[in-house]
Design a protein around this ligand. Structure first.
Ligand code: UD1
Ligand code: MG
Length: 455
C-alpha cells in the first residue's frame, strides 16, 4: 500500500485578514505548514504541497526548511490555478500523483498544525479513513454524521450548509483523510459548487465515495484537529502547543516556574535539571545543557547553551554558541556568530556580534564586541568598543590571552592586541600592540584654578 501525502495550502486566508498566507503564520516560532510537514510519517516518502500562484514565499521557506532537514518527506509543488475549493485543490495535485503511481493518498490541510505523527499513522493503517473529533464549539467545521454502525462515515455537512439541528452536532471533520487514489480522484470532477460558499468541496466528493465505500472515522484529540482560520485560532493554537511542549519538558526533569508565560518551540532540546524562570522564550533550534538556568524575560533563538550556564534576566541570544559554566546578563545581547567558551562572563548592557571569546575571559559592563576574537583569561573593561565598521566594510579585532583592556577604550579595527598586553583606560587603539606591552593614548590632564567669575 504505497502512500503519497498531499497538503492543501492554496487558500486565500481571508479570515486571517493577512497579506501572508495563513499557513506561514507561526505557532511557537514554526509555521503552521512546517508543523504539518513534520508530522508526516516516515513511510510517506513523497508529498505534494498545493499552493496558489502568489505563493513564492511558501516555496522559498519550504526550501529553507528542507535544507535544514526539518522534515523527512520529499516535497513537490502543484499550483492550483484559482482557489475555488478543496476538491479543486486536490485535483491540481493529480498530475504529480499519477507520476508517482501511489495507491493511496494522505490528504492534509496546512492549516491543521498540531496533528501528531502517531495519529496520521493510525489513519494510514485504517485507510479508507478520516480524522474526526468532538468539539465543544464546533462552529466553522464540517459536521460528521456516521452510519448506523457508529464507525463509518455517512456524510459530512459543511458548517455554512448545516440546518439548525445539524449545527448543534459536535463531531467535526478534521480535514485529514487517507483514501485510495483510484476511488477519490474520479469523484473530484463530479463535485458541483452549488453551496453557500460557491466552492468545490472535497467533502462532497468524500460524501459520494461514502455511499459505496466504508470510510472509517478515526477519533483524534480535538486540539490536534484544531484549525487555523482566524487570529483567535492562532492564539488558541499557540496556547495548546505551549501546553503540550511544556508538559513534555516538565515530565522529563525540567523546572518551568511559570508554564503559562514560558514559550518553548517544538525544536528545542533541554537537558535535565534545567531551571526556566517566567517570561522566557526559546525559539527555533535551541539546545540547553544540563543544570543551566534561564532567568526571567530572556529570549533565545537558534542557539546552543552548554551545561551549568546561567543566563541572567532580560538577555537576548540569537544564533550563538555558549559552552559550559558561562554567565551572561542581565540585559545582555548576544547576536549571530557569538561563541563563548567555558567560564566566560558577559555582563549587563554588553552587545556581541561575531565575537569568539575564549575560556575565562570577561566583559562585564556596557561594551560592544563585534567581529572580534579574544583569547583566554582576558578582561575587557567597562565601556570598551571595538569600532569594527568604517562606513563601508567590517574589520576584525584580534585580542590575545591574558590581556587587560582598561575602561572606555576604543579599538579602531583592524587591530591586533598581543598576549599579556595592558591597555590603559581611555586609550584609542589605532595601531597593533605587540605582546607584553602597555599601550596608552591620552591627552595629559591639566588642572588650573577656576577664575572668580567662572566660579
Ligand atoms: C475544511 C473542510 C471542513 C473541515 C475543516 C477542518 C472542506 C470543504 N471543508 O474547512 O469540513 O471541518 O477544513 O479544518 O474541505 N485550500 C486550498 N484551495 C482552496 C481552498 C482551500 O488549497 O481553493 C486549502 C487551505 O489553504 C487550507 C485547506 O485547504 O489549508 C482547508 O481550507 P479552508 O478554507 O481552511 O477550509 P475550512 O473552512 O477550514
Ligand atoms: Mg481551515
Amino acid at each position: 500500500m504505497s502512500f503519497i501525502a498531499v497538503i492543501l495550502a492554496a487558500g486565500n486566508s481571508k479570515r486571517m485578514v493577512s497579506s501572508r498566507s495563513k499557513v506561514l503564520h507561526e505557532i511557537l516560532g514554526d509555521s503552521s505548514l512546517l508543523w504539518a510537514l513534520r508530522a508526516i510519517p516516515k513511510e510517506v516518502k513523497n508529498t505534494v504541497i498545493v499552493i496558489n500562484k502568489n505563493h513564492d514565499e511558501i516555496k522559498r521557506l519550504v526550501k529553507v526548511w528542507e535544507d535544514k532537514k526539518l522534515f523527512s518527506t520529499s516535497v513537490y509543488f502543484a499550483v492550483q490555478s484559482s482557489t475555488v475549493g478543496t476538491a479543486h485543490a486536490l485535483l491540481s495535485a493529480k498530475p504529480l500523483i499519477d507520476k508517482f503511481n501511489a495507491t493511496n493518498v494522505l490528504i492534509m490541510s496546512a492549516d491543521v498544525p498540531l496533528i501528531m505523527e502517531s495519529s496520521l499513522s493510525k489513519l494510514i493503517k485504517k485507510c479508507p479513513s478520516l480524522a474526526v473529533a468532538d468539539f465543544i464549539e464546533p462552529n466553522g467545521y464540517g459536521r460528521i454524521f456516521l452510519k448506523k454502525d457508529g464507525i463509518h462515515l455517512a456524510s459530512i455537512v459543511e458548517d455554512l450548509d448545516t440546518n439548525k439541528m445539524q449545527s448543534r452536532h459536535r463531531v467535526v471533520n478534521g480535514g485529514i483523510y487517507a483514501l485510495p487514489c483510484k476511488k477519490i480522484f474520479p469523484l473530484l470532477k463530479m463535485v458541483k459548487n452549488t453551496n453557500k460558499q460557491k466552492e468545490f468541496y472535497l467533502t462532497d466528493a468524500i460524501n459520494i465515495l461514502a455511499e459505496n465505500q466504508k470510510i472509517e472515522s478515526v477519533p483524534i484529540d480535538s486540539q490536534e484537529l484544531f484549525g487555523l482560520n482566524t487570529r483567535t485560532d492562532l492564539s488558541l493554537l499557540q496556547n495548546y502547543a505551549k501546553n503540550r511542549v511544556n508538559s513534555r519538558w516538565l515530565k522529563s526533569g525540567v523546572t518551568i516556574l511559570d508554564p503559562s508565560t514560558t514559550f518553548i518551540g517544538p525544536r528545542v532540546k533541554i537537558g535535565s535539571d534545567v531551571l526556566i524562570e517566567p517570561n522566557v522564550t526559546l525559539i527555533g533550534a535551541v539546545t540547553i545543557g544540563t543544570g543551566s538556568i534561564i532567568q526571567a524575560g530572556s529570549r533565545i533563538e537558534d542557539s546552543k547553551i552548554g551545561n551549568h550556564t546561567v543566563i541572567k534576566p532580560y538577555t537576548l541570544i540569537d544564533r550563538s554558541v555558549l559552552t559550559n559554566h558561562v554567565v551572561v546578563g542581565p540585559f545582555a545581547r548576544l547576536r549571530e556568530g557569538t561563541e563563548l567558551s567555558d567560564h566566560v562572563q558577559i555582563g549587563n548592557f554588553v552587545e556581541t556580534k561575531k565575537a569568539k571569546i575564549s575560556k575565562g575571559s570577561k566583559a562585564n559592563h556596557l561594551t560592544y564586541l563585534g567581529d572580534v576574537s579574544i583569547g583566554t583569561n582576558s578582561n575587557i573593561g567597562a565601556g570598551v568598543i571595538t569600532c569594527n565598521y568604517d562606513g563601508l566594510k567590517k574589520h576584525k579585532t584580534v585580542i590575545g590571552d591574558n590581556v587587560f583592556i582598561g575602561s572606555d577604550t576604543q579599538i579602531i579595527a583592524p587591530i591586533k592586541v598581543g598576549d599579556g598586553t595592558l591597555v590603559a583606560a581611555g586609550t584609542t587603539v589605532t595601531v597593533d600592540i605587540p605582546s607584553h606591552h602597555k599601550a596608552k593614548s591620552r591627552v595629559p590632564q591639566v588642572n588650573r584654578p577656576l577664575k572668580k567669575a567662572k566660579k
